[in-house]
Design a protein around this ligand. Structure first.
Ligand code: GDP
Length: 197
């Protein structure tokens, strides 16, 4: 897929106020600092479409972007950041869960996982919850350039084994790096194929 246009549409914290159009959308979510903003900018080949976070936990909104005038890319807040206060954490969780429960336009959620780390309970629990709610999702491993090929393979294998403890089938997954654009074509082609129906 060629990215011909990428326009910011709106930010809000209420799923009811998200764009009312029926165009398909793809959401990106993960722990703070996982590399989500960098990945979105890499996929879109834009320097500052998504704001890379100086301070993790800052972008606490649902951000809609219109891509090629025919699909929405949705940048969701990072989760699992300790410094958000208890009350704001609650709101954050409710509007995020609301987004997944109510947003009929959502075609696929991309759950971002830093390939350097051991499987983290918060990510596993989140994917489990998505599964229970029957929200389709794929995994995007980020920061692949930070590991040597052998270590990368080992970590991805560890992740797969962990997932297979609770899932019968593995979700689709992609290995990416925002530093060298690894995985860009694969992710965009996947979206393209789904959009083509
Ligand atoms: P976000 O909080 O998930 O949006 O994460 P950011 O995109 O702001 O990235 C967090 C940090 O990881 C920044 O210092 C980025 O430069 C770095 N980073 C993100 N993606 C990559 C990557 O693919 N490779 C490398 N080497 N660093 C990355």
């Amino acid at each position: 897929m060629q990215i011909k246009s990428a326009e910011f549409i709106m930010s809000n914290s209420d799923v009811a106020k998200c764009p009312a159009t029926r165009i398909p959308e793809y959401a990106f979510i993960g722990r703070s600092n996982v590399g989500k903003s960098s990945l979105i900018n890499m996929l879109m080949q834009r320097k500052n479409l998504a704001k890379t976070s100086g301070r993790p936990g800052k972008t606490q909104l649902i951000n809609h972007f219109l891509i090629n005038k025919n699909w929405h890319l949705v940048d969701l807040p990072g989760y699992g950041y300790a410094r958000v206060s208890k009350s704001s954490k609650k709101v954050f969780q409710k509007f995020i869960t609301d987004y997944f429960l109510k947003r009929e336009q959502l075609v696929c959620a991309f759950v971002l996982i830093d390939c350097r780390h051991e499987p983290q309970p918060i990510d596993l629990q989140f994917m489990e919850w998505l599964g229970e709610q029957q929200v389709p999702f794929s995994i995007i491993f980020t920061k692949a350039d930070k590991l040597k090929p052998k270590a990368l393979e080992r970590n991805v294998d560890t992740y797969k084994s962990k997932l297979l403890e609770s899932w019968e089938e593995l979700p689709n997954y992609f290995i990416t790096s925002s530093s060298n654009s690894t995985g860009r074509e694969e992710v965009l082609q996947y979206i393209d194929e789904i959009n083509a129906g």
